[in-house]
Each structure stands twice: as structure tokens, then as C-alpha cells.
Write a new protein. Structure first.
Length: 162
């Protein structure tokens, strides 16, 4: 299908209806393709052509350098989280070669949530205040250098008596 319609494909979601036109009746036991295709990338190429496949591949391609940068530069939890993202991304790409992940909400949501978190970690790492611990990334509250938790020191939590 992709070879016959390389630019735009046969239309998103039309794989099952267009499949019989490209099927050679070689094996009498195989008469219908009821469960869709078995490769996310080839399925996208068949349905949306290069116009849809190239942006999808570019998104995946640009995720991995972000994860690698955070893994190399990060410390502690940042580094571990980047490793989890990289392993999930590799698992996604390998699995996409043997299954159609376009309708697998759990796989897609997990991958993109992990990537969003890793991208935010990288953005925070590039802030000039990242290493000095001057402000908290979410609250913007000033923190003392070396303070790793969001809790204020005990002397700052005292309530004045009047």
C-alpha cells in the first residue's frame, strides 16, 4: 500500500478496508486481516504515507538525544529517570516493529509522559539557578544552597508570638 501511495497513503484508518486489494490469495487458510497490521511504522506508511510517517519518526528521533543529555549530565533521580525513559523508548521502538501501537493508549501515553518529564528536567538543568539551588523549580521560592527538599528550615517555620 505504501509503495502504491507513497506520499499520502490510503488514508488513516483505511488499512483494513484497502488490504484485500493488495492481498494475494496464496494460503487458503488466510482469508482476512481482522486484527490490523503488525508494524506501526509500515502501517503509518501505508495509511498516511511519507507525509505522516516522517514527522512521527522525527518526534521519536528527537526524544532520544534529550534523554541521553539528561542521563549524562544529571545526578541522582534525574539520571535514573532519564534511564527509565530511554529504556521505555527503546522498548517502544522495538515493540512498534512487531505490533501496531497507534491505538495502544497505554504505550503512547507512558512514552510521551516520560518524555515530557525528561524534557522538563533538561529545561530545569539549563537554568542558571540549577546548580546553586537559589530557587525551587515549581514554587520559585528562594532556597539556601545545598537545600534539596522543598521544606523550609525549622527556624523559618516558627510562628512569632505576640
Amino acid at each position: 500500500m505504501g509503495k502504491a501511495n507513497p506520499l499520502f497513503g490510503v488514508g488513516y484508518g483505511n488499512f483494513k478496508t484497502e488490504w484485500p486489494k493488495y492481498f494475494l490469495d496464496i494460503d487458503p487458510e488466510v482469508f482476512d486481516l481482522t486484527d490490523g497490521n503488525h508494524n506501526t511504522f509500515l502501517g503509518l506508511f501505508a495509511e498516511v504515507g511519507l507525509v505522516g510517517l516522517i514527522p512521527y519518526l522525527l518526534i521519536l528521533y528527537h526524544m532520544f538525544p534529550v534523554g541521553l543529555r539528561v542521563y549524562r549530565k544529571g545526578e541522582g533521580f534525574d539520571r535514573e529517570f532519564a534511564l527509565i525513559f530511554l529504556l521505555a523508548g527503546i522498548s517502544y521502538v522495538v515493540g512498534a516493529n512487531f505490533s501496531d501501537y497507534r491505538n495502544a493508549q497505554l504505550c503512547n501515553t507512558t512514552l510521551f509522559l516520560l518524555f515530557g518529564t525528561v524534557a522538563r528536567i533538561e529545561a530545569h538543568m539549563t537554568l542558571p539557578t540549577h546548580r546553586s539551588g537559589v530557587s525551587h523549580p515549581v514554587s520559585g521560592r528562594r532556597m539556601r544552597p545545598g537545600l534539596t527538599s522543598t521544606a523550609r528550615p525549622a527556624e523559618d517555620q516558627r510562628i512569632p508570638c505576640s
